[in-house]
Ligand binder design. Structure first.
Ligand SMILES: [Zn+2]
Length: 335
């Protein structure tokens, strides 16, 4: 857990307020390495996000004496150090609450996943949701804040801006540049000198009867960065934008989305999806507040866990056949 300390008066905040209100100095971000249990509450009554009981609410303390609370499925004793969470299954899903900002959540996802190697010269490809030319307020597209936090995380890992591409493509009549501008995503790319890339302008490689953007095969890490929407399989659907438009439309004429995705999945390298679900749209386009981020190497599992969390009635076709019992999920919410 990160804390924010004033270098002069040494006061500590649990949220990133930027400057100390008394000294007007920038706060230093301090992250503890250990988490010792100093108090425990056992909860026996289930609630919406916490259907499984009993669970435990722990008060933890790090080596700098900073304290915070955390939910745990495992019972601990006072004085014990808690273990770092780990996914045992590659296709599992991490569900985290957004407390103050996205940065901390993204950092934690990479910590939980552990073995993703990020080197200075790693080439990163980012695919946000970019469907409509609309203001971020409407949550049609991945938000500028989410993209910005992801970029800041990559920069902290010493990835160079020139090695990052934020890519998108338009499958309708509206130009992708216009969507990028209205969504606020273009401004973020410009601010951080990251290249916005129109996939339709690049080359596509034939793989079976699919034509896939060659960018996919030139990157060391691909981040699928969708904004999740209720009643949809946003993470899975977003990957269709790696296909050539004409190819995708022809495929859609012949096959179901589920069938296209299964074929596509076989041809794609490993892709990490980090789905934004802080403010999200329901089926009518109204904004809801969920304050979550989900991550997985299997976008269908991620969408399915999201479907279960949001308790929608109609399962998107692409997710048919999945069973929640077979999906490992860890983090702040469980089933
Ligand atoms: Zn101060």
């Amino acid at each position: 857990m990160a804390f924010y300390q004033c270098p002069s008066c040494k006061k500590v905040w649990q949220y990133p307020i930027g400057k100390c209100p008394e000294c007007f100095l920038n706060l230093e971000r301090k992250k503890g390495n250990i988490a010792k249990v100093i108090a425990i509450s056992r909860v026996e009554i289930p609630s919406i996000f916490h259907p499984k009981v009993p669970y435990f609410v722990l008060v933890l303390e790090d080596e700098n004496k900073n304290r915070w609370i955390k939910k745990s499925k495992k019972e601990y004793k006072i004085g014990e150090t808690i273990e770092k969470e780990k996914l045992t299954n590659e296709e599992g899903v991490i569900v985290l609450k957004v407390k103050y900002d996205y940065f901390e959540v993204i950092e934690k996802i990479f910590e939980i996943l552990g073995k993703i190697e990020l080197k200075e010269d790693s080439k990163i490809l980012i695919l946000p949701t970019l469907e409509k030319p609309s203001h971020p307020y409407f949550r049609d597209n991945t938000s500028p804040e989410f993209l910005e936090a992801t970029l800041k995380f990559l920069f902290e890992k010493k990835i160079r801006p020139e090695n990052i591409k934020v890519c998108a493509q338009s499958f309708d009549e509206i130009e992708i540049g216009f969507k990028a501008q209205r969504s606020g995503l273009l401004e973020i790319c410009q601010k951080y000198k990251v290249l916005p890339f129109d996939l339709s302008k690049g080359n596509f490689i034939k793989k079976g009867d699919l034509e896939i953007s060659e960018e996919v095969f030139k990157s060391d890490l691909i981040l699928n960065l969708p904004i999740l929407k209720m009643g949809r399989a946003s993470a899975t659907e977003n990957l269709f934008f790696f296909l050539k438009k004409e190819n995708y439309l022809a495929q859609k004429y012949l096959y179901s989305e589920k069938e296209i995705f299964e074929k596509l999945k076989e041809k794609l390298p490993k892709i990490l999806t980090i789905g934004e679900a802080r403010h999200i749209q329901d089926e009518k386009g109204f904004t809801n507040y969920l304050f979550l981020v989900l991550a997985s190497f299997e976008p269908k599992n991620l969408d399915f866990v999201f479907f279960k969390i949001t308790q929608r009635e109609k399962l998107p076709e692409i997710l048919e056949g999945l069973e929640i019992e077979k999906i490992e999920s860890i983090g702040d919410i469980d089933f």
